[in-house]
Design a protein around this ligand. Structure first.
Ligand code: PLP
Length: 357
């Protein structure tokens, strides 16, 4: 058969974390930075009672856009809704990148920036993180006339570090105006640091910065696939050109709208996270496992000074039905990433740590 030839692209495809291993059914999954407490009870109520599958959704997701606009005081026509923030990243890459353009990403950062850039023909330049943290200087060193986009996740996955408000403003100032900066706020809601400001707070009036947000983390809706972006009218218009007409289901849209308005549930999640990430952090460092200061809902554990290496640690945890995230795909040696779980899950993790390390 002479099928048309598929395009060849030079891309390291995304390999997600495992959800099942060694034939262990239903391990406690602390590997994907998902929400510890899950969706708001009000969202669960919606899903039980109001599911009308027959009709197409509103391709514009107006109800959700209105909720977002009210909550964050944003211009409705500068919002774009996506099937996960993943899709927002993809749409931005599709609309701004051409063959041989360049983008800059931190070496150890969320993989989808490099993947969507490569899928759109761009060359990816990797900036070194310094002490596991995004480095403005290293990023600036890689600028060229071909650079189109700089990506930053703040806080960064998987290193768990962040740039404070002054540093993030400084990054934008030092980048030439014609370069698009994408600030990924995926974990913003968890951060309680006084010197932190999220991308929306800092850049909602910016002409050359685009922000993306997700419902997969604190809102506990990873399976529904919902995210959104905010940028200038020109940026959002460009991204909308590539948006599939019904990229988001009506159920996801409604769930997102309810989740955003349930402040009590959001606060409960923040409190739970604050309490547990500190406990986990203290115990982890007491075992000579290095980790980042608690900021988001996960910790990157380095085993260089620990009793066992990361391979052995992974095995110990999985044999006790706890799944952590290996860092091979990120090229981070001797490390595992841990997500904050429920009280019961965290206590189990702490017990295993206490008894084996
Ligand atoms: C920094 C960052 N951005 C975006 C995402 C993806 O979110 P979504 O599920 O909305 O595609 C993740 C998920 O792990 C992430 O860590």
């Amino acid at each position: 058969m002479n099928l048309p030839k598929p395009k060849t692209v030079n891309v390291d495809l995304y390999v997600g974390g495992l959800s099942k291993i060694n034939n262990i059914d239903n391990p406690i999954k602390l590997s994907a930075n998902e929400s510890a407490l899950g969706p708001s009870p009000k969202v669960l109520e919606l899903l039980r009672n109001n599911v009308d599958l027959k009709k197409y959704p509103d391709g514009n997701s107006n109800e959700l856009k209105e909720t977002i606009s009210k909550k964050f005081n944003l211009n409705i026509d500068q919002i774009i809704i996506g099937s996960g923030s993943d899709e927002i990243i993809s749409l931005i890459c599709q609309s701004f990148l051409n063959e041989k353009d360049e983008v800059i990403v931190a070496e150890e950062s969320f993989l989808m920036y490099r993947i969507y850039s490569q899928l759109n023909g761009a060359n990816v330049k990797f900036a070194k993180n310094i002490n596991n943290k995004f480095s403005i200087d290293e990023t600036l060193k890689l600028l060229s006339s071909k650079t189109k986009i700089v990506f930053i996740a703040n806080p960064n996955n998987p290193t768990g570090t962040y740039l404070n408000a002054d540093e993030l403003i400084n990054l934008r100032k030092k980048l030439p105006e014609n370069i698009l900066l994408m600030v990924d706020d995926a974990y913003a809601e968890y951060v309680t640091k006084k010197d932190y400001k999220n991308g929306l707070e800092l850049f909602k009036d910016s002409k050359n910065t685009v922000i993306c947000r997700t419902f997969s983390k604190i809102f506990g809706l990873a399976n529904l696939r919902l995210g959104w972006g905010y940028g200038s009218k020109e940026i959002i218009k460009a991204a909308n050109t590539f948006k599939p007409p019904f990229n988001v289901s009506g159920i996801a849209e409604k769930a997102g709208s309810i989740a955003l308005q349930d402040e009590d549930w959001i606060n409960k999640n923040i409190e739970h996270n604050e309490k547990w990430i500190k406990k986990l952090y203290e115990k982890i460092i007491s075992k000579n496992i290095k980790t980042n200061e608690p900021v988001a809902n996960f910790l990157l554990l380095n085993f260089n000074n620990a009793k066992v290496n990361s391979e052995k640690a992974f095995e110990i945890f999985i044999n006790n039905k706890i799944l952590l995230r290996k860092m091979n795909a990120y090229n981070i040696e001797n490390s595992l990433r841990l997500t904050v779980g429920t009280e019961e899950e965290n206590n189990k993790f702490l017990d295993i740590l206490e008894n084996n390390f």
